[in-house]
Design a protein around this ligand. Structure first.
Ligand code: AMP
Ligand code: MG
Length: 324
């Protein structure tokens, strides 16, 4: 398969390019596109055959359900059974990096929801993504546009690297804003809202808006969010976590890579230093891939000092990259 890579203007997406990609989606093909979190690999969420192609292109386990991306709040009601709390969150945080898990309507194919009776929905905050979803006239199922288990792509060339020859089209809308995936919460029971995956929307903002604490999923709900079981986001070399006040890991620092905010006292072979937590989250996945390509023997990643804001999601990605 030939993969087309087309540049699109983020703030003024060219209608002819959007309709070309929308035609790919409508005819059951695969189109990668930017969102504010990471690049997504999209297919018609209501077409089981098209959704099957996503799993094949990524090598993704078929019990790991997909997020349905929509272009308006009203579209949610045609896919899931909402409730007052969920609608409140949609009004406050959409478009944005917050995914809501709710009871699925029958029109969502089982393949899209990994056989579950719930489905995950989100309205992304990116003009290209919204234009593509609207032009396709169908919700777009889209996991990150990388080979399963690898760090998520935050620019179109990385998508091309992983997906060339496997998908029909890639829309290049430049670098993403957030850099890590959306926060996923389960609002099935509005009395007991669960944090399934920390991410681009901070826990504090969600809790303040609900005036309620998000609970940790028990073992039953972990089974209901199978994605959280798999090793994820990982470079091909070991990732070692370092807490700033601890001794530096006992490794060959000349051949190692480092990524973090604090400057280590030693001269590490290759280092990527960020200003703050948001910056670190934005550059984590690209940094993993860059250090790996530079041939370092392992990557030492600084453990974010605080879990507030993007810190919780960033900690989650780093600990999964390090093997859990
Ligand atoms: P990804 O598409 O790889 O960014 O991951 C999507 C995340 O959403 C995974 O952690 C999935 O397990 C989770 N997810 C998607 N649909 C559901 C659902 N119906 N119930 C619970 N978690 C879900
Ligand atoms: Mg992913």
């Amino acid at each position: 398969m030939m993969t087309e890579l087309l540049q699109v203007s983020k703030w003024n997406p060219e209608p002819e390019i959007i309709s070309r990609a929308a035609e790919v989606i409508r005819s059951g093909g695969l189109a990668a596109f930017p969102t504010e979190t990471v690049y997504g690999l999209g297919a018609d969420a209501l077409n089981p055959e098209a959704v099957g192609k996503i799993y094949a292109a990524k090598g993704r386990p078929s019990d790991n359900p997909l997020i349905l991306h929509i272009s308006s709040i009203e579209q949610a009601a045609s896919l899931v059974h909402t409730n007052a709390e969920a609608e409140r969150l949609m009004r406050i945080f959409w478009p944005g990096p917050l995914t809501l898990v709710l009871p699925a309507r029958e029109n969502i194919p089982l393949r899209t929801r990994g056989g579950l009776d719930t489905a995950a929905v989100r309205m992304p905050d990116n003009p290209i993504a919204l234009a593509l979803i609207a032009a396709s006239g169908t919700p777009i199922a889209a996991p990150s546009a990388n080979i399963s288990g690898r760090p998520s792509p935050t620019d179109a060339l990385t998508v091309y690297h992983d997906m060339n020859g496997r998908i029909d089209i890639i829309l290049d809308g430049g670098s993403v804003d957030v850099g890590i995936e959306s926060t996923v919460i389960d609002v099935t029971d509005p009395q007991k809202i669960l944090m399934l995956r920390p991410g681009g929307m901070s826990r504090e903002l969600i809790e303040d808006s609900l005036n309620m604490r998000l609970e940790l999923p028990g073992t039953i709900s972990i089974k209901r969010s199978p994605g959280t079981r798999y090793k994820h986001y990982a470079p091909n070399i070991p990732v070692i976590i370092w807490k700033k006040d601890n001794d530096f890991p006992d490794i060959n620092i000349n051949s190692a890579g480092y990524i973090g905010i604090a400057e280590p006292a030693y001269r590490i072979g290759k280092s990527i230093i960020f200003h703050d937590t948001a910056n670190y989250a934005h550059g984590l996945f690209a940094g993993f891939r860059k250090l790996e390509a530079e041939g370092v023997s392992c990557i030492v990643a600084e453990w974010p000092e605080s879990s507030s804001g993007l810190g919780e999601g960033l900690r989650d990605r780093i600990s999964r990259a390090a093997g859990g």
